[in-house]
Design a protein around this ligand. Structure first.
Ligand code: PLP
Length: 376
């Protein structure tokens, strides 16, 4: 993109020359509260002054980890009571796959075409874009891909399947929402076959869709919930959350089933907890329906094929890769940052901070419309 960012404040990325760019990406669903949140900065500074790395995760008790795990489980279903912190989304997916195999004693994993779950070997194996796997084989065996939103394909989840790994909303695939009842049907099929439902909410967590977590919006409780991105309030961290009984399979025989030196780093936990508390205290979620309305009203243009999404997570669908690239580049020149998708060439991703003001949102929409005008 060639955009140098020296600092960032609120909804703006700021270059060394002081030029401001409206951030319509939030570091890809990371900075849900915008940039430079004082409470988060203060939590980082205070924790850094107290202690950085004390010991490999889990060996000693560190209060930011315990407090954050408790705060997360407090807002989740009773069955999501054990939080295990790691370093990233991909690592959380890796660990979840291990837990599912151990817990069920099965080897097969079912996942979706067009999915993205990360770039490490296991996470890439369960991702659904064949292009991104070229030259990296062999990947994990016994991984079967089914069509997201196909009720019929759920029949491929059987008594041989350890886990069905699914995004609540396909993110990198172009913000594809589940059909009404699809996630519930997946839940039912998993329960019927004794398969663990692993739900990837790495992109959809922490208010992005208008609910705290998207599975709560769709009324489905997964067996394993996978989080990262906004989990750290801007610091690197991931987590998987499950039931104690399920988690316990990697605690014994042998012990230490998922060792991670920096997992749950105390500074990252302190930052994440501060962001999570602010998200709740400032009632940020209450703003989302209004922001959604403003976006839909102000972002209309004949060049648009579709505006797809929910809450503050959207795909602006254009006609071709060339059109999407031109609009992205034009918008950047005019002071707005957006980005394409990994799995679809002709869309632009929009996920501004949830704290964006209506005025800033309208300004962003106007820049996008002016950029689309250049297509004619
Ligand atoms: N799953 C989803 C839905 C994602 O969007 C991403 C990252 O974009 C990942 C997994 C991987 O997370 P990380 O980049 O932290 O490894």
């Amino acid at each position: 993109m060639g955009l140098e960012v020296e600092r960032a404040e609120g909804v703006y990325l700021i270059g060394p020359d002081g030029r401001k760019t409206i951030d319509f990406i939030s570091g890809i669903c990371v900075n849900n509260l915008g940039h430079g949140v004082p409470e988060v900065v203060e939590a980082v500074q205070q924790q850094a002054a107290k202690s950085l790395h004390a010991m490999v995760y889990g060996e000693v008790i560190q209060s930011p980890q315990v407090q954050y795990a408790k705060a997360l489980s407090d807002v989740l279903d009773d069955r999501l009571n054990q939080v295990y912190f790691v370093n990233s989304g991909a690592e959380a997916i890796e660990a979840s796959l291990k837990v599912a195999k151990r817990f069920t004693g099965r080897e097969e994993i079912v996942t979706c075409h067009n999915a993205y779950h990360g770039s490490t070997h296991g996470a890439l194996s369960v991702s659904g874009n064949p292009e991104s796997k070229k030259g990296y084989g062999p990947l994990l065996p016994k991984v079967r891909h089914i069509r997201f939103n196909s009720f019929e394909d759920l029949a491929h989840i059987t008594a041989q399947t350890a886990a069905f790994v699914v995004e609540a909303i396909q993110g990198a695939g172009g913000v594809i929402l589940p059909q009404p009842g699809y996630l519930q049907a997946a839940r039912d099929r998993c329960t019927e076959t004794g398969t663990l439902l692993i739900m990837d909410e790495i992109q959809t967590g922490f208010g992005r869709t208008g609910s705290l977590f998207a599975h709560q919006h769709f009324g489905v409780v997964p067996d394993v919930l996978v989080l990262a991105k906004a989990l750290g309030g801007g610091m690197p961290i991931g987590a998987f959350i499950t039931d104690r009984d399920i988690f316990s399979v990697i605690q014994k025989d042998p012990v230490l089933g998922h060792i991670t030196t920096f997992g749950g780093h105390p500074v990252c936990c302190a930052a994440g907890l501060a962001a999570f508390q602010k998200l709740q205290q400032d009632r940020v979620l209450e703003r989302i329906p209004r922001l959604e309305k403003v976006l839909r009203e102000h972002l209309q243009h004949p060049a648009m094929v579709e505006l797809r999404g929910i809450g503050m997570l959207y795909a602006l669908q254009l006609n071709s890769y060339e059109e999407a690239s031109q609009v992205r580049a034009e918008a950047q020149c005019r002071g707005l940052l957006t980005i394409g998708f990994l799995n679809i060439p002709d869309g632009l991703r929009m996920c501004p901070p949830l704290t964006i003001t209506e005025k800033e949102l309208i300004e962003g929409c106007n820049i996008l419309k002016a950029s689309m005008d250049t297509l004619q």
